[in-house]
Design a protein around this ligand. Structure first.
Ligand SMILES: Cc1cc2nc3c(=O)[nH]c(=O)nc-3n(C[C@H](O)[C@H](O)[C@H](O)COP(=O)(O)O)c2cc1C
Length: 167
């Protein structure tokens, strides 16, 4: 079987309902998919890191959202060898973070299948699976997965992820 790729953005630091600030909620799911699917990974790392402080981050994210910005990230990956791409992100303002849209804009997804997964704190996937499909019409967007972020560290959360992955 061909290797899958897990591409994700996730912010460590102060987070709603989470004590551990060293790793983001979406990253926990991403690492689990990498392990379970023996996939390769690319973490979207902002060229300008988002602040540790939640409120300051919200302010920056609001501005980026309003300006429909495309924040830069560090490095990149050639996705041409991958047919299956798991795309992970936190919900920011009921949308995909602008930096993830930047990743989508920079790559050719023709013929590929995107498996979106996201974490949030109440808004669910907020229509983002459909928005990804709109942004990348050349790809097939499979049924996605959403999880309340603070449950990513629980057995129940991981079980839901495994159910989605059909493992
Ligand atoms: C800037 C910002 C905006 C957010 N907007 C939403 C939102 O619209 N709806 C929601 O349910 N959660 C929202 N959240 C909460 C995150 O989606 C949630 O904590 C997520 O699990 C964080 O994932 P991460 O740790 O991988 O970055 C927001 C968080 C931040 C920092």
């Amino acid at each position: 079987m061909d290797k899958a790729l897990v591409v994700y953005f996730s912010r460590a630091g102060e987070n709603y309902g989470v004590e551990d600030r060293t790793v983001g909620n979406t990253e926990i799911l991403a690492k689990e998919i990498v392990r379970l699917k023996n996939a390769d990974e690319f973490k979207i790392t902002p060229a300008k890191p988002y602040p540790e402080d939640y409120q300051t981050c919200v302010e920056i994210a609001t501005r980026e959202y309003e300006e429909n910005a495309r924040p830069e990230y560090v490095g990149d990956i050639d996705i041409s060898d991958y047919d299956a791409i798991y795309l992970g992100y936190p919900i920011w303002w009921s949308d995909v973070p602008m930096i993830v849209y930047n990743f989508l804009a920079k790559h050719d997804f023709a013929g590929k299948t995107i498996y979106p997964f996201c974490t949030h704190e109440g808004s669910g996937e907020a229509g983002t699976f459909g928005r990804i499909a709109d942004k990348v019409p050349s790809a097939t967007v499979a049924d996605g997965f959403e999880l309340a972020g603070h449950t990513a560290r629980t057995e129940r959360g991981i079980k839901k992820l495994q159910d989605w992955l059909k493992i």
